[in-house]
Ligand binder design. Structure first.
Ligand code: PA5
Ligand code: NI
Length: 188
């Protein structure tokens, strides 16, 4: 049986206490996701295999609701800002909410029909992700981007499509500003 409990979420570090699981992704885990593979390899060679993001979960399979935090380090590969893999949910009727606690970023979303939208991620903003929109978080700021997400426990992550074809748009640094650009490698 599950019992109620208070879960502490530290908006400055992203720590979740108690948590049920965690994982992190390094630069080398994100091969194929950044648009400039050469820039990625030279960054790994020169600076090492840095962590790009960490996800900390509070999740009980017996419950319909799960939540947790994603902590994204600041950085770029070439001119492209650090990003998450991006996914649709396996259960297409499942949306999600992202509540940003620290840092600054952009949520890049793409519908099945190919429409692109972005939502600014900044402290205090809760982003509504409608069902069946692919979503990728991008840290466009100089600090860690930390957000808490709330989702159906069994929504599932479908990575294959975005991994295979990419997203239509990229978020790049142009003279210190984050700009939405066409993805030259988009293979849809
Ligand atoms: O469920 C979500 O949307 C988030 O918890 C993401 O999984 C998390 O931000 C990491 O991104 P991705 O799963 O696209 O690598
Ligand atoms: Ni999701």
């Amino acid at each position: 049986m599950l019992f109620p409990e208070g879960v502490a979420i530290d908006g400055k570090t992203g720590e979740v206490t108690p948590s049920t699981s965690r994982y992190s992704k390094k630069l080398s885990d994100l091969r194929g996701f950044f648009h400039d593979p050469k820039a990625l390899e030279s960054k790994i060679a020169q600076e090492g295999d840095a962590t790009v993001y960490e996800v900390i979960d509070y999740r009980h399979e017996e419950s319909d609701l799960a939540f947790g935090t994603t902590i994204m380090w600041p950085g770029k590969v070439g001119e492209e800002y650090y990003l998450t893999r991006g996914h649709f949910h396996v259960r297409r009727e499942c949306g999600e909410a992202y509540y940003t606690q620290s840092g600054a970023g952009l949520l890049l979303l793409e519908s099945r029909e190919g429409e692109t939208r972005t939502v600014d991620m900044k402290p205090g903003v809760c982003t509504f992700i409608p069902p069946d929109w692919a979503h990728r978080s991008i840290n466009t700021g100089p600090e860690k981007l930390i957000f808490t997400w709330f989702c159906a426990t069994d929504a599932g992550h479908e990575y294959g499509e975005i991994q295979k074809r990419g997203m239509r748009k990229l978020v790049i640094d142009q003279d210190g500003k984050s700009v939405l650009a066409d993805n030259p490698n988009y293979a849809g």
